[in-house]
Design a binder for this molecule. Structure first.
Ligand code: T1G
Length: 698
């Protein structure tokens, strides 16, 4: 027996308890422990076996860290078949999250009981694979084809009551899993309940699998695991159990050997690692219960909404009572959404808008706040004025944060008497929806202020990424580079519509020009004007066709026209007929002869620009690790999750080839395509970005 599975006898019941914290993942030792435990119970004279998990949860799945390594027998399918085939009655008692291989083990036992708070699911498709230990064959037999397809294609976790309705579990009982499990097993033995091997149940009813497959594939926008899982469930309906299991394994291994699996597992672990900074080990955050927000526009109202929903009290400061009321209106509007989705009750809505939220027009109202976030107009002088007034009233130890998207946080901190208490907290619009939060650490920001920024992010359910100070921090700096690359391709012959399509086929939710229309073309216009005012490098290529569009009052969705014409609605993809003539005029004015671009070349250049700038951001320490960049682009810029992020994508492509392409582009435009020193170094040393992530975690 291994320590990962404890063995005990209570009367004629053998107990196998999982003891593999933190989530009882079904790693090698656990699998061996289960095999040995079943065998021991059978030779030990037990009449039944109870399986449950010590700690937080029943098995939460296969050990994801073992993926990509040489598989070690027994595999999980073998363990499940062994459990199911045991002549003894085998019962599962579940709490926490019985997910993936964990639910597959439970489905291989003959009876399942769960505590009311338990959740079950088969989320493998979210990792780029499919249930590979019988889940696609056993779940449809107990829950029916449609319900099984829904759970397997979405990967969603369901609560115990829904699992009971679907027949996935047999009973819900409150109490410790061990106790409810023992009582239930005792009762089944007393009743002489029969073993119920799911594999011997009737095959599930067929559905139009081709139709399901096609619609799921379309919805996947390039991700293939959900659609592939449909074929595995199809095998359950069309083949005998053993052959269905073989088919499941084939499809499982096909997916295991894909870049998408690597990308999604990288995203899984990076999402958990990004908030863990070695320099914050042992650093306590400052207390956080009351916050202030200065500026109740779209961003300020979104930040206030996220804070209220997380249980913080909020003081919203505006210049006038009317503006404060308008801010309250925006916040109430955001909360209405949560009310409609059943996330909050009408009583809660009332409490948040009438008690937890306070409106103010006097800075004095912020004197007791633990943390204040400024979200006013994106202009340095305005920000400096706000921080000067805030510095005068905020209590000692309060954290003073700015929501600036681009501006120099060091300059803002310098106007206060307490630069160590100043930090950038860059939210993304809509702030109560977007998961990304850039925690921008200025030169003099104190470690416990950084820790407080991350603590706030965790409390608001955000993915917080540490960023250093530079123009645009991590996300907007990289965005500005790949957007510029797109503008260059426009000048050289590509169309905004071809570029958008190519990148949406690559997996982005929206192409760069559709995104610009959504965000508002006036934002890019303001940035271009600011940069020109600051003086552009003469080597930089510039274009003004987009300015002409803005001068014509076309700011995108908010004005009904931008690159696209939105007369038909926000999802319109009808090109604005004014755009292409403007571009042709610009090319003629610059004496440029347009050429054809393939979709492949568009994606390659766009991604090369993104990777090159990302490598500069990591090389300069603006981002601590490559995974910080990947999570920023995934959670703030619509980068396709199944590709893992730009630097994971680069590793999977191969850095030498990418550097070679960048060097060939540099022959046309050495200024824009200057290769990142870090990229050259990694290629020279035969290393990649994942190596840097591993070194940072060591
Ligand atoms: N394998 C290895 N490590 C895991 C793990 C797993 N399955 N699940 C969690 N961890 C680690 C995680 O990285 C973190 O580590 C710590 O546990 C706590 O996790 C054949 C092949 C269970 C709902 O997809 O969804 O079974 O950062 O921070 O918020 O069909 O973890 O502390 O070092 O997320 O309380 C299917 C994945 C696998 C479930 C708990 N199972 N896990 O959430 O804690 S594929 C899953 C989760 C499979 C079979 C196939 C969540 C959770 P660290 P956490 P949490």
């Amino acid at each position: 027996m291994t320590d990962a599975i404890g063995y005990e006898r209570i009367g004629d019941i053998a107990i196998l308890k999982a003891q593999n914290p933190p989530v009882n993942a079904l790693g090698y030792d656990v699998r061996v422990g289960l095999m040995d435990g079943i065998a021991r119970a059978e030779t030990d004279g037990a009449k039944a076996v109870l399986i449950y998990g010590e700690g937080n949860t029943y098995f939460a799945g296969a050990d994801i860290r073992e993926f990509g390594q040489k598989p070690k027998a027994p595999g999980l399918p073998e363990v499940c078949d062994r459990i199911e085939a045991s002549p003894l009655l085998v019962v599962s008692a579940m709490h926490g999250t019985a997910l993936g291989g964990g639910l597959e083990v439970a489905l291989s036992t003959h009876y399942r009981i769960a505590v009311p708070s338990a959740r079950v699911g088969l989320p493998e498709v979210l990792l780029g694979i499919l249930p590979g230990a019988g889940g696609t064959q056993r779940l449809p037999r107990v829950a029916g084809t449609e319900a099984a397809l829904d759970l397997i294609i979405t990967g969603r976790h369901i609560k115990a009551d829904e699992a009971l309705k679907l027949g996935v579990i047999d009973r819900i009982e409150d109490g410790a899993p061990r106790d409810i499990g023992l009582a239930y097993t005792r009762e089944l033995l007393d009743q002489g309940a029969p073993r119920r091997p799911v594999s011997e149940m009737d095959a599930p009813a067929p559905v139009d699998f081709d139709a399901v497959y096609d619609s799921v594939l379309k919805k996947g926008r390039g991700q293939i695991s959900p659609a592939t899982a449909v074929r595995a469930v199809q095998a359950a309906a069309e083949l005998p159990f053993a052959e269905g299991m073989k088919r499941e394994r084939e499809l499982f291994m096909d997916l295991m050997n894909t870049d998408q699996r690597e990308g999604l597992i990288h995203a899984f672990f990076s999402e958990r690692a990004v908030g863990k900074l070695p320099e914050l080990k042992g650093v306590e955050p400052r207390p956080l219960s009351a916050i202030g927000v200065i500026g109740g526009g779209t961003m300020g109202a979104g930040i206030a909404t996220a804070a209220l929903l997380s249980g913080l009290t909020v003081t919203m400061l505006e210049m006038t009572p009317e503006a404060a009321e308008a801010a309250k209106g925006r916040i109430a509007g955001n909360l209405q959404g949560a009310l409609k989705r059943g996330k909050i009750s009408p009583e809660k809505f009332e409490a948040l808008t009438e008690k937890a939220l306070t409106l103010a027009t006097d800075y004095g109202a912020l004197k007791d706040a633990d943390l204040v976030i400024e979200a006013v107009f994106e202009e340095m002088e305005v920000k400096k004025k706000v921080f000067t007034q805030l510095d005068a009233v905020a209590k000692p130890g309060a954290v003073l944060a700015t929501n600036t998207s681009y501006l120099d946080v060091n300059q803002i901190a310098a106007v206060t008497s307490r630069p160590a208490d100043v930090i950038g907290l860059h939210f993304f619009s809509p702030a109560h929806v977007m998961k990304l939060l850039e925690v921008v650490v200025a030169d003099r920001t104190a470690p416990d202020v950084v820790a407080t920024g991350f603590a706030l992010g965790k409390r608001l359910g955000k993915i917080s990424v540490r960023a250093g100070v530079c123009d645009g921090f991590i996300g907007n700096r990289i965005l500005s580079t790949y957007r510029t690359c797109a503008d260059h391709m426009i000048l050289d012959g590509a169309s905004p519509y071809q570029i958008d399509k190519a990148l949406e086929d690559f997996g982005f939710a929206m192409g760069p020009f559709a995104v610009a229309d959504l965000a508002g073309l006036d934002i890019g216009w303001a940035v271009r004007k600011r940069k020109r005012a600051e003086g552009l490098d003469p080597r930089a290529r510039d274009s003004s066709y987009a300015d002409t569009l803005c001068e014509g009052g076309h700011f995108g969705q908010k004005t009904g026209k931008g690159y696209y014409d939105y007369a038909a609605g926000p999802r319109s993809r009808v090109p604005n007929p004014d755009v292409l003539p403007l571009i042709e005029a610009e090319r003629a004015a610059q004496g440029l002869a347009p050429r054809a671009f393939t979709d492949e070349e568009i994606v390659r250049r766009y991604m090369a620009a993104m990777v090159n700038e990302s490598a500069k951001v990591v090389g300069e320490g603006i981002a601590r690790r490559p995974l910080d960049v990947d999570m920023t682009l995934l959670f703030g810029y619509g980068f396709p999750r199944y590709r893992g992020g730009p630097l994971k994508w680069a590793d999977l492509q191969g850095l030498p080839g990418l550097l070679e392409d960048i060097k060939s582009y540099a022959k046309e435009d050495p200024y824009f395509w200057e290769p990142a020193p870090l990229l050259e170094q990694l290629v020279a040393e035969g290393r990649n970005f994942d190596d840097l992530n591993k070194e940072a975690a060591a």
